[in-house]
Design a protein around this ligand. Structure first.
Ligand SMILES: [Zn+2]
Ligand SMILES: [Zn+2]
Length: 199
């Protein structure tokens, strides 16, 4: 595994800027991998790891960078819970570790560096230096990843009779005896409405 500095340089380049979230995310991922004994997540160990993130902010990019887990590889799972937390899972054993950034680390940053101007600068310095146990809480967990959620899973594909769109991996709901895609089964959950105005 690269050094913290090397990982931070890569994270900065991939994310577009350096920020407290990059430092927190990189350190969270490094700690998770260490706990699982995974040393080469983007190389030899790349098929062993799945990561669940619970927030879609800066740190998420850093976690993806360090672990090599990505949405497009089906190895990065997003749970929209608004928590600065991630669960790293070793598929080989089903064992995982869920790591949460401690809420009081911001106050700690302010207390440590009162002479530094700006919260972001204070946090970046503190998040680099503070020991893991002052930044994170961690819990050993077991995770059963649904086979349909695993990378490389091949499942049936069906055509939704209502919208005519193809759907992968058994994502459908029965409505009045009809098998519909999730967007037709629950239109209220759609992120869009048709735009009826003329272009
Ligand atoms: Zn950022
Ligand atoms: Zn449909």
């Amino acid at each position: 595994m690269e050094s913290l500095d090397e990982l931070l340089l890569k994270a900065e380049a991939a994310h577009g800027h350096m920020c407290a979230g990059q430092i927190l995310g990189v350190r969270m991922a490094v700690l998770g991998l260490k706990r699982l004994g995974i040393e080469d997540p983007r190389g030899a160990d790349r098929k062993r790891l799945v990561t669940y993130v619970e927030i879609d902010r800066c740190a998420t990019d850093a976690i993806g960078l360090v672990t090599g887990c990505r949405l497009g590889k089906r190895t990065l799972k997003f749970r929209d819970w608004g928590k600065m937390a991630a669960t790293f899972v070793d598929l080989a054993s089903g064992r995982g570790v869920r790591i949460v950034a401690l809420e009081d680390s911001r106050d700690l940053a302010r207390k440590l560096y009162p002479h530094i101007e700006g919260k972001a600068q204070q946090q970046m310095l503190a998040y680099r230096e503070l020991p893991d146990e002052q930044l994170f809480s961690e819990q050993r967990v077991r995770v059963k990843v649904d086979p349909a959620e695993l990378p490389g899973h091949r499942g049936d594909r069906f055509l939704c009779p209502r919208c005519g769109e193809g759907v992968n991996f058994g994502r459908f709901a029965e409505v009045d005896g009809e098998r519909l895609c999730l967007s037709c089964a629950q239109p209220e959950l759609r992120h869009w409405v048709p735009d009826e105005t003329k272009p």
